[in-house]
Design a protein around this ligand. Structure first.
Ligand SMILES: Cc1cc2nc3c(=O)[nH]c(=O)nc-3n(C[C@H](O)[C@H](O)[C@H](O)COP(=O)(O)OP(=O)(O)OC[C@H]3O[C@@H](n4cnc5c(N)ncnc54)[C@H](O)[C@@H]3O)c2cc1C
Length: 464
């Protein structure tokens, strides 16, 4: 039997049950003919959503770099990686026919598109899924979707007492019972993927492959012990160690969430367990929560009122004035320094702190009155840690259409709390010259909402 092993969500050798597929299944050498495959979904990277490109060039380059790194890593074991490009169900079917494969082995999907792809393939092939990216992925821990709470607190209270994340599986080593297609045999199937060569950028800063992800984890947890002060530093806006920066490798799947979790437990056993080490697990539980929420509500997350209210997939509409506000928000030219600094950081690096994300999202939705889905779509385009569940789930959360009531932040108050001397804004907006916290004063043309007035007064008081 020939099986295609889809590595799209798990381009890594550590804790990767997909690569171990068939290794010990029957112990009979040579029976499992396996083909490692990755398919770059053309429309996820090259189409538009609400008029916005779905992915920035940087995000595409990151994915191509990750694919090429994994291909090299597998080649060291004489395993080929067939790289496809196009509409995933069509491309994978075509390959399965060419190789007479009858089975497809893939990561359990979270997002609706991936769910649809596997549903289409299951009409013709035997599809086996393994949950390689969830903490609760193993059968004994898997939540029952119909009983999954819709509030994070209820989810955490329900799961935490029972939470035993399964150990990570061993880093992959070739097994006699597996017969993988070799790099040479795989190379004949690459023709579509060659079209992407023009986008490869060898000078992209390192950081988006498994090796760098594991180095970052080691550095953050074991070398710098930054995990020991995570709770007090996690609301920072920029810098190397204010938070873990595990999000991009977790989102692309080159870092295993289960492995992270087990590393935190080891740190707690060997070095110290404190409220910071707990809090990093707490945040990983947020990620987990959204993953299961997406499996529960599937495409409702893209509806105007997300999981609250009737389904309405009509695209967002904007008045001329709001369109201008939205364009300024994207470009980081709203005239509100704290917002613009965060948006320019996003535009230049593909990342933004959690504190920044909450503020710019709240500002767009609640102060500018723009449909939350436009903000989510812009984040989808720019974020190097773009993850369908964490992104759309958090946006809907702040809009009040997801797992909470509306969350409105007072961005002037927030600027004063998290950038009291204005250093972050000054670094991102060098054209602003005001001293100290006065730098947070919005530009003259900004229409100041009532709820900012007390806090704007404090900027001036501070100066006096
Ligand atoms: C509007 C909005 C959009 C977001 N979009 C994304 C996204 O596309 N991808 C993404 O990974 N995160 C997203 N987040 C969550 C969060 O902002 C990032 O995970 C975090 O800033 C990444 O930095 P870090 O790895 O240093 O996080 P840390 O603070 O070190 O947290 C550790 C890990 O916990 C998880 N985590 C932390 N906070 C959250 C959260 N609120 N929701 C879900 N998981 C969380 C992440 O996997 C993160 O890597 C979004 C938040 C908001 C408010």
């Amino acid at each position: 039997m020939t099986s295609l092993v889809l590595l799209d969500q798990a381009l890594r050798l550590h804790d990767n049950p997909l690569l171990w597929y068939g290794a010990r299944a029957d112990g009979t050498a040579g029976e499992q003919r396996l083909v490692a495959v990755v398919c770059l979904d053309k429309s996820a990277f090259f189409s538009k959503q609400y008029g916005l490109a779905r992915a920035s060039l940087l995000r595409l380059q990151q994915q191509l770099q990750l694919i090429s790194g994994t291909k090299q890593a597998l080649a060291r074991f004489n395993i080929g990686l067939v790289t496809l490009f196009g509409e995933p169900a069509a491309e994978i079917s075509r390959l399965a026919m060419q190789l007479q494969a009858s089975q497809i082995v893939a990561a359990s999907p979270t997002g609706y598109r991936e769910q649809q792809t596997l549903a289409k393939l299951s009409d013709r092939y035997q599809v086996t899924t393994i949950d390689v990216n969830s903490l609760l992925g193993t059968a004994a821990l898997t939540p029952e979707l119909s009983r999954l709470p819709d509030s994070f607190s209820a989810f955490r209270k329900q799961r935490e007492p029972l939470l035993q994340v399964a150990p990570a599986v061993a880093t992959y080593q070739p097994q006699p019972a597996q017969q993988w297609l070799t790099p040479e045999q795989s190379s004949v199937f690459y023709e579509n993927f060659h079209q992407l060569a023009a986008f490869s950028q060898p000078s992209l800063p390192p950081g988006s492959d498994e090796q760098h992800a594991l180095q970052r984890l080691d550095d953050y947890i074991w070398q710098q012990h930054a995990i020991s002060h995570y709770k007090s530093s996690r609301n920072g806006l920029s810098g190397d160690y204010y938070a873990s920066k595990f999000s991009a490798p977790l989102a692309t799947g080159c870092l295993s969430a289960r492995y992270c979790w087990q590393q935190i437990l080891q740190y707690e056993q060997q070095i110290e367990a404190n409220e910071s080490t707990y809090w990093l697990k707490f945040e990983l539980l947020w990620r987990e929560f959204f993953r299961w929420q997406f499996r529960k509500y599937t495409n409702a997350w893209f509806s105007k009122h997300a999981i609250k209210g009737p389904l309405d997939f009509s695209p967002p509409t904007l008045t001329k004035a709001r369109q201008e506000h939205f364009n300024n928000w994207c470009a980081g030219t709203t005239g509100v320094p704290f917002i613009d600094a965060n948006m320019r950081l996003l535009n230049s690096t593909g990342l933004m702190s959690n504190r920044g994300r909450q503020n710019v999202a709240s500002f767009l939705i609640h102060d500018l009155g723009v449909d939350w889905r436009l903000g989510a779509a812009y984040f989808e385009q720019r974020l190097l840690d773009y993850d369908v569940a964490s992104n759309w789930g958090n946006w809907a959360y702040i809009a009040g259409s997801g797992n909470s009531g509306e969350r409105q932040f007072n961005v002037i108050k927030q600027a004063l709390s998290y950038d009291p001397e204005g250093d972050f804004v000054r670094a991102m907006l060098p054209e602003l010259t005001a001293k100290g916290s006065l730098i947070h004063q919005p530009a003259a043309e900004v229409k100041v909402p009532e709820h900012w007035r007390n806090w704007l007064a404090k900027l001036t008081e501070k100066k006096l």
